[in-house]
Design a protein around this ligand. Sequence first.
Ligand code: C5J
Length: 230
Amino acid sequence: MGRIRHGGAFQWSLELPLSSTALICIDFQKDFLDEGGFGHALGNDVSKLGRECLPGAAILLAAARALPLAAIVHTKEAHRADLRDCPSSKLNGPRSLPAGRRVGDVMVQSMGRLLVDGSPGNEFVDAARPLDGEKVVCKPGKGAFFMTGLHEFLRERKVSHLIVCGVTTEVCVQTTMREANDRGYESVLVEDATASYIPPFKAAVIEMVRSQGGIVGYTVERAQEVADAL
Ligand code: C5J
């Protein structure tokens, strides 16, 4: 049993029962962290994202693997080659993609098709690559629970608590935490293991998650605090 305490304005103490706690790593993919991927095609500066959150993610992964925790889950935002799992709202928007590009198009040859499973750019970055035996969840949406079977996977392993990291904070990470909260999981977002292209959005999500006594979940500043507590 690990326990994380937070002595800031929002004071809390969270027990992390090791046998029912999972680490969820959200979308540490080249499509979001590297040039020529989906995040870059949306017009974002992708150069800082990995530097900000991958060292923290590495600390969490090392701690989770050493214990081990009940499960380590890696999600990928990944569509089928024929895009039949891509809703029209996502295929036809956002309309800010340069040169009229959209999911399934190619921006840079070496990365392959944007957000399509099996494309080189859809793979995990080396620093957060899953090991054998760790669960990989392909998700067509922002939330890791939508059309994935993740809830069933976690329930089978009696998981009740989630340690959450990944990109981007205000899109797939926040959506997943809200989905998790609705399904009864206690989750803690690790601030130095998540990142956004738009820093004020990351700061806002951290506030939102822990506001009103932790309406969505908990937040902790440093991955090392979690590793030390486990
Ligand atoms: C986005 C994500 N930003 N992984 N996906 O479209 O946050």
